[in-house]
Design a protein around this ligand. Structure first.
Ligand code: PTJ
Length: 252
C-alpha cells in the first residue's frame, strides 16, 4: 500500500494514483475544483487510447522538443492540474530545453498562483514566472488574459497543457507556436495547436524531455527538418483512429 491507500496490485493503480494527486492538489489549494472534472474527462480519453503513448503522440513529442530547443524564448505554462500531476516533470523539461516556467491559470486567484509557484520551487524550479501578471493575451476578457509580459507575453514557443479552448485559440492567434498536451484529439485546444500531443501529461512531459536530451547536440537543420516533417492534422487523425479501434482490431 502507498500513503494514498491504493494497493499496487489494483488493476487501475496508475489511474487511481493520478486521481489521488488531483484530490491532494485541491486539498492543498493548488488545483481548482473544476480540475477534478477535467481529470475525469482526460481519464476517459486515456482509457480509450489504451493508456499508452501512441506512435503519433511520440512523433508530436519529438516535434515539441525540436520547437522548444530552437525557440528564442520558450515558456512552459503550468495550471492547477499540471502542478498536481507533474511538477517535477515540468521542472526537468524546463532544464532540458532552457524554457521558462510560468504559472498561468484559467481560474486565476493570487492565492493559488502563489501556492503553485511555491510548489514548483519545492520541486526544484529556480525561477517561476506568472506572478507579475503585467501582460495580456489579446481577445480575452480580463483575468483570463493575464500573463507575464517577459514570459508568455514575449515567448515565441509556448507549451500549454490541458488548456481551455478559448484561451488556446487566442494564444494561437498571436502567432506564437503553440504546443498543446491534451488527451482529447477533438478538443479545440488540440485542434488549434501547431503541435498537439495527444497523451497524458504524466507520460507526455517525460517523453518530450527524453527527446530534447537526445536532440541536445542536433544542429538547426536537423531541428528544422523534424519540425517541418510533423503534420498536426495527421497526428489528430491518428489519435482519433486509435480511440475508435477496438483491442481485437489492434491485435489483428
Ligand atoms: O488550474 P486552472 O484554473 O488553470 O484550470 C485548469 C483546468 C484544466 C480546470 C481548465 O483549464 C479547464 O477547465 O480545462 P478543460 O476545458 O476541462 O480542458 C482540459 C482538457 O485537458 C480536456 O480536453 C481533457 O480531456 C484534458 N485532460 C485532462 N486531464 C489530462 C488531460 N490531458 C492530458 N493529460 C491529463 N492528465
Amino acid at each position: 500500500m502507498t500513503d494514498v491507500d491504493v494497493p499496487e496490485s489494483h488493476p487501475r493503480y496508475e489511474s487511481l494514483l493520478l486521481r489521488h494527486r488531483i484530490e491532494a492538489g485541491v486539498e492543498k489549494g493548488i488545483t481548482s475544483r473544476q480540475g477534478l472534472i477535467a481529470q475525469g474527462r482526460g481519464e476517459a480519453f486515456d482509457y480509450l487510447l489504451g493508456e499508452r503513448t501512441i506512435p503519433s503522440a511520440d512523433a508530436a513529442a519529438r516535434a515539441a522538443a525540436a520547437h522548444l530547443l530552437r525557440a528564442d524564448r520558450a515558456v512552459l505554462s503550468v495550471n492547477g492540474n499540471v502542478a498536481a500531476l507533474a511538477p517535477g516533470e515540468t521542472v526537468e523539461l524546463a532544464a532540458a530545453t532552457g524554457a521558462d516556467v510560468e504559472v498561468n491559470l484559467f481560474n486565476r486567484t493570487e492565492e493559488r498562483m502563489e501556492r503553485i509557484a511555491a510548489h514548483l520551487r519545492e520541486h526544484g524550479a529556480e525561477e517561476v514566472l506568472g506572478l507579475a501578471g503585467d501582460g495580456r493575451i489579446p481577445g480575452l476578457d480580463h483575468e483570463r488574459a493575464t500573463v507575464d509580459a517577459d514570459g508568455i507575453g514575449s515567448a515565441d514557443v509556448v507549451l500549454v497543457p490541458l488548456e481551455d479552448g478559448d484561451r488556446a485559440e487566442a494564444l494561437a492567434a498571436t502567432g506564437k507556436t503553440e504546443i498543446v498536451v491534451d488527451l482529447n484529439p477533438l478538443s479545440r485546444s488540440a485542434r488549434t495547436a501547431s503541435v498537439p500531443v495527444v497523451d497524458n501529461i504524466v507520460r507526455a512531459l517525460p517523453n518530450v524531455t527524453d527527446h530534447a536530451r537526445e536532440l541536445a547536440g542536433a544542429d538547426e537543420a536537423e531541428l528544422d527538418a523534424i519540425v517541418e516533417a510533423f503534420d498536426p492534422e495527421e497526428a489528430l487523425s491518428a489519435a482519433e483512429r486509435a480511440i475508435r479501434t477496438t483491442d481485437e482490431e489492434r491485435d489483428r
